[in-house]
Write a protein that binds this ligand. Sequence first.
Ligand SMILES: C[S@@+](CC[C@H](N)C(=O)[O-])C[C@H]1O[C@@H](n2cnc3c(N)ncnc32)[C@H](O)[C@@H]1O
Length: 272
Amino acid sequence: MHPTAIIKNQLFLNACAKNRTDTERPKVLDVGSRVYPRKGADPAAVEAKSRGPRALRSFCRKLGLQYFGLDMSAGINVDIVSSKAFLWQEIEDESFDYVLSTSTFEHNPFFWVTFAEIARVLKQGGKTLITAPAAGIVHRYPVDCWRFYPDSWGVLCTLTGLTVDEVISEPFQSLGVLPGAQWWDSSIVASKPAFDNARARTEFYERLKPLVEPYGEFGPDFKPVEVNKGPLFRAYLRRVVKEQQRQRDTPSGSAPQPDYLRNHMRSAMRPI
Ligand SMILES: C[S@@+](CC[C@H](N)C(=O)[O-])C[C@H]1O[C@@H](n2cnc3c(N)ncnc32)[C@H](O)[C@@H]1O
């Protein structure tokens, strides 16, 4: 997990722990918790690190919170692999106080289903912190499908009935200061309502059902698609190479500076 995300998770968990009484140990679910050893790394050492003092699991323990890692596939730092990849039948409604998910929604073929499952398994008044990138290179675990912007979270809350508490877009100040800023992460803190009556509760769960039910048939084995292999791509690449050649052949200093590029960069760099 990159440092920008670790810090946000720790600050969120610190705030969660402040609400805890001396006798309870609130439950935290981490969705997409699997840790992958880097090439050449010793899996046993990575396993030990995932349970070591700097891991989220230990951070929770120190705060008096119980950590449970859930993933679609078994591996390091995974406690729960649900029998259906997208439907967490093993997890009861309203059974977790807090849900985290970091750098997972972009790899999640059906992220709206997961958002609905998070809404279901949270306790009333429970909170979630979800962080996913708005930018960055293709990196497949085992697929890389989506990027998320601040308004993505608003739509997902409208869909599921969670309340937006706070949305974060990576600030410019962290660029070059903290590793991970280059992903331009976007995060949401959202809450599950406390229902006034049985009808409000029923309505909340009825609304989630159509978001979840059609996805029971899908397994976790999504295959990455082939990229840059077809005739359209080859024709496009020829055009790019030709343009590159044309720019190289233009005497330096007189190369046209395309306005669209400059304007695009300017608007892309404008803080929210
Ligand atoms: C980049 S990895 C792990 C990221 C980890 N949280 C971190 O920050 O280092 C993303 C993980 O999300 C898992 N994943 C994707 N969709 C999921 C889903 N619907 N439910 C559970 N896990 C999912 C993948 O199996 C993969 O292990």
